[in-house]
Design a binder for this molecule. Structure first.
Ligand code: NDP
Length: 483
């Protein structure tokens, strides 16, 4: 029987009074905020309001940051015991928890994601990464990563805009725990929480130069990648830029980890619990507006249950609340930038022209800002671009299968291999399927579960190396295989 009840929700906006955004920011180098020379605006994608002016880092800024990181490494951080380093990481984690509302509000304003997600997922997970890695700092000798583990030196870290603070934590926490110092570049559209994190470093009295943050665009990222004073590169972003970085570091001694794109299969077998699967599909593709590298963007559905699942899915999608990201009842917020919205529109138009059938949930999209209604495409074939390319938005491509082997063949027919989901009541089928799937992370009867103890990373064009857990830590130590 279908749910007929619907509720009216009164607005429940989070207050933005807690955050103070400066009109203009510089870089964070050698423990101090230093003025930038050129600036660009950062906007709230839900309203197009200009929030602040962000500095565009050039060669002299990157040079200064690498110099500060190198000095901090040689004079302070590499001489400090793991136990002392760990104390700083614990301190940072606790301050992040204390200032969690401030971080959540700022993340939502700058990124467009619902406050419910930044408050309940991004910020607590970011703090958890610092807590987890704080625990490793004095135990590196016992991690099974060699008896005399040694840091690389200066790590250059470049992060994307989909989980700005969380990606910072994924990168900075293991780097510092392993004894490296850091030069980090946040994404152009989402620098504000990284700059607030710089304040946290000051508050925690982290020695000057251990963490440096240079804001800017892709050219600033390239300056970091190509700087001779950088010993290790860690990048999360598109496969396209990942390939540029791989080519740039190939003739050097730099160690590199790349966390790139995905086109994950979410496979629903006919014996799965249907209602739970529908929730898993929604969480898999509509969490964070689908701006998730491991999003379950290809639904691979057994033909015998396809009609039932699609009907329930459409009913469920019609109840997704799209709108003001600062409202605590909002499920789906704004698309992060105009560029990303245009990319989603372009790829979905290709889906129409290639013959797939589009269905979008009925919803009123706000007049200002960047928005895209939750959408599914049925009748998708493996040759369609919407089945092969990362759309990186709230768009699901639906394919069907008859036999388990066909499901596996379709799931693996992708240049990516970051994640996958399997829904089945039978443990033996879950184990069989997970052994056949070429993906780094496989969820069974759930989706998008993250934990700092669990390694995350992909096969094929989804990247090199792992982040999180003991595996992720090893990427920040010399001479240790990180696979
Ligand atoms: P990019 O890969 O371009 O950006 C990721 C980071 O790399 C940003 O900080 C970016 O800076 C920086 N960067 C860009 N060019 C270079 C370069 N040549 N050298 C070093 N650093 C560089 O992703 P986009 O933001 O442009 O998004 C494009 C597409 O990538 C999306 O539509 C999506 O499909 C995919 N994507 C995938 C992600 C994932 O986690 N798998 C995350 C983000 C995007 P800046 O922001 O200033 O351009």
């Amino acid at each position: 029987m279908e749910e007929k009840l619907s509720f009216e929700y009164a607005p429940a906006p989070e207050s933005r009074a807690l955050v103070s955004i400066k009109p203009k920011y510089g870089h964070f180098i050698g423990g101090k905020f230093v003025a930038g020379s050129k600036h660009f605006p950062t906007i709230n994608p839900a309203t197009e309001e200009v929030l602040s002016q962000i500095a565009r880092g050039g060669k002299s800024d990157v040079d200064a940051a690498v110099k500060a990181a190198s000095k901090a490494y040689t004079t302070t951080w590499s001489k400090m015991s793991g136990k002392e380093r760990g104390k700083y990481l614990f301190r940072i984690a606790r301050i992040m928890q204390e200032r969690s509302r401030e971080f959540a509000v700022l993340e939502t304003l700058d990124n467009g994601k619902p406050i419910r997600e930044s408050r309940d997922v991004d910020v607590p997970l970011a703090a958890a990464h610092f807590f987890y890695h704080a625990g490793w700092a004095d135990k590196l000798e016992y991690a099974g990563l060699g008896t005399t583990p040694k840091a690389h030196g200066v790590a250059g870290q470049i992060i994307p805009w989909n989980f700005p603070l969380l990606m910072l934590a994924w990168k900075v926490a293991p780097a510092l725990a392993a004894g490296n110092t850091v030069v980090l570049k946040p994404a152009e559209t989402t620098s504000l929480t990284a700059l607030l994190f710089a304040e946290v470093c000051q508050q925690a009295e982290l020695p000057a130069g251990v963490v440096n943050i240079v804001t800017g665009d892709g050219s600033t990222g390239a300056l970091i990648v190509n700087h001779p004073g950088i010993d290790k590169i860690a990048f999360t972003g598109s496969t396209e830029v990942g390939k540029i970085i791989a080519r740039a570091v190939a003739p050097t001694n730099k160690s590199v980890t790349l966390e790139l794109g995905g086109k994950a299969a979410n496979i629903i077998f006919e014996d799965a619990a249907i209602d739970e699967s529908v929730e898993g599909i929604v969480n898999g593709i509509f969490f964070n507006q689908g701006h998730v590298c491991c999003a379950g963007s290809r639904l691979i559905l057994q033909e015998s249950i396809a009609d039932e699942v699609l009907e329930k899915l459409k009913n469920r999608m019609a109840k997704i609340r799209v709108g003001d990201p600062m409202d605590k009842n909002t499920d789906l917020g704004a698309i992060n930038s105009k560029e990303q919205l245009l990319k989603i529109r372009e790829l979905t138009a290709v889906g129409d022209s290639e013959g797939a059938q589009r269905w979008s949930a009925p919803c009123d999209l706000p007049g200002k800002g960047f928005w895209f209604a939750p959408t599914i495409f049925t009748g998708v074939t493996q040759a369609h671009r919407i089945a092969r390319e990362e759309i990186f938005g709230p768009v699901l491509s639906v394919l069907t299968f008859r036999t388990p082997q066909e499901a596996i063949d379709k799931a693996n027919n992708t240049p990516f291999g970051l994640s996958a989901g399997i829904w089945s009541e039978k443990g033996s089928k879950v184990l069989w399927a997970s052994q056949q799937l070429r993906a780094g992370v496989i969820w069974a009867n759930t989706f998008n579960k993250f934990d700092p103890t669990s390694p995350f990373g992909g096969y094929k064009e989804s990247g090199w190396g792992r982040e999180g857990g003991r595996h992720g830590l090893s990427a920040y130590l010399k001479g240790v295989s990180h696979e």
